[in-house]
Design a protein around this ligand. Structure first.
Ligand SMILES: Cc1cc2nc3c(=O)[nH]c(=O)nc-3n(C[C@H](O)[C@H](O)[C@H](O)COP(=O)(O)O)c2cc1C
Length: 405
């Protein structure tokens, strides 16, 4: 029988552990998050409901987003064992540059609404981690300010072709002049999608102080204090109008854009071009033939068409069709490092993530984005080791299937 003794206070304190006074309480909470889903829960508590729904929501029944996420749950990776995985390398070439991970942070509009530091926080976290970041046409920080927030980060610029072409021309010249090396041309937005959550929340651009918003101040005082004591929320590259983001897009975007407009882009942009929003094998072929550098199989995170195609399901056929010609990326529904490795195994060269980093931003600004990248990095490494691959090239050769097909 074990002999017993009176517990000693210092030993108990040692077991409990002392909080590190140099780590802020939000950093401690971020560190306790096991995965992206935990950061999402933290984000939900930190920002007003309308802001969370703007990020978390998708078009109409939200089926496009739900299916994109569910497709990842149908993935079956075949682990290979007895392979030396002691030296895993997650670096890869993305559009002619080295990236520490097969990930780029997707363009997202209205980012300073999620956290007052907005795009500057995101580009700084991306730069520190050695992955590219794409600034949106609907950004809330200017092309110039994002460049000076993280001069050494790899920066891309995302363009929506607007009715007023001189505005797009000006944006392209400024992006090229400030070291943005890749243009993302988003083509799944002839008009804005219809998002019920935004309409129900009454979220307008710029946000208005409704009675509901006033009540929310009591619940999220920190968010409101930051919002009213920093620069007012406006689009940096586009005039704001009343109405939802969808209304604004429908007003300013040019629905007559076709493949021929790429020639116009080429005249005004000499860097690399990535076309984002391809959703069929036919269009992947068409776009690859237009002489671009890459395509992103994307349904805009389910925010545009409802009942659309699922990028992951299309991926193998698109890689077969255009893989040797252009780099193929995928986005939509990626919430873990295993999802990233699954995308590679189905042939993607890299992935974009959107909501995952926005959850981090809402939860804790730059530290939250950095925590998301750290989580994804660890999960990518671990998944690669557990399936017996050591490089991104080997991950693209891993055995994989969708259980439902
Ligand atoms: C809040 C939010 C704003 C977005 N804004 C833009 C945008 O301005 N331009 C664009 O090309 N895509 C935009 N997207 C789509 C993302 O670039 C990306 O395709 C999508 O988020 C990927 O899906 P995921 O969020 O499930 O990772 C936005 C997505 C979200 C969630």
């Amino acid at each position: 029988m074990s002999s017993r003794r009176v517990p000693r206070i210092p030993e108990i304190l040692e077991l409990i552990g002392r909080p590190d006074p140099l780590r802020s309480s939000i950093q401690r909470r971020l560190d306790r998050c096991a995965g992206v889903v935990d950061v999402r829960s933290l984000a939900r508590r930190r920002v007003p409901g309308a802001v969370f729904d703007y990020v978390d929501g998708a078009a109409m029944s939200e089926s496009s987003l739900r299916r994109a996420r569910l497709a990842f749950r149908e993935v079956e990776l075949t682990p290979r064992v007895l392979r030396d995985v002691s030296g895993v390398d997650t670096t890869t070439q993305i559009l002619g540059g080295v990236s520490s991970l097969p990930i780029a942070l997707a363009p997202t509009g209205f980012t300073r609404m999620m956290h007052h530091e907005g795009e500057s926080a995101v580009v700084s976290a991306a730069g520190a981690a050695g992955i590219p970041y794409a600034l949106s046409t609907l950004g809330t920080t200017s092309i110039e300010d994002v460049a000076s927030a993280a001069p050494s980060a790899r920066r891309w610029f995302q363009l929506y072709i607007t009715r007023d072409r001189s505005q797009a021309e000006d944006l392209l010249a400024r992006a090229a002049g400030h070291g943005y090396d890749t243009l993302i041309l988003t083509v799944d937005t002839p008009v804005g999608g219809i998002r019920y959550r935004e309409i129900r929340q009454g979220l307008t651009i710029p946000p208005r102080l409704s009675m509901g918003a006033l009540a929310d101040i009591a619940l999220h005082p920190r968010w409101w204090m930051n919002a009213v004591t920093t620069e007012p929320l406006t689009f940096a590259s586009m005039a704001s109008t009343d109405g939802t983001v969808g209304d604004l897009l429908s007003r300013v975007l040019d629905p007559s854009v076709t493949g021929d407009d790429l020639a116009w882009i080429r005249e005004h942009w000499s860097g690399r071009i990535l076309v984002k929003g391809v959703q069929s094998v036919e269009d992947a072929r068409l776009v690859a033939d237009l002489g671009v550098d890459g395509i992103v199989l994307s349904n805009h995170g389910g925010r545009q068409v409802d009942l659309g195609t699922v990028p992951l399901e299309l991926l193998p056929r698109v890689v077969d069709a255009v893989g040797g010609k252009v780099q193929v990326a995928i986005d939509g529904g990626i919430l873990s490092g295993a999802d990233v490795v699954a995308s590679l195994a189905f042939g993607a060269d890299f992935v974009l993530v959107g909501r995952a980093y926005l959850y981090g931003l809402m939860a804790g600004g730059q530290s939250g984005v950095a925590r998301i990248i750290e989580i994804l990095h660890k999960e990518i490494r671990t998944t690669m080791q557990l399936i017996g691959v050591s490089t991104i090239a080997e991950s693209r050769e891993a055995q994989v299937r969708l259980r439902s097909s």
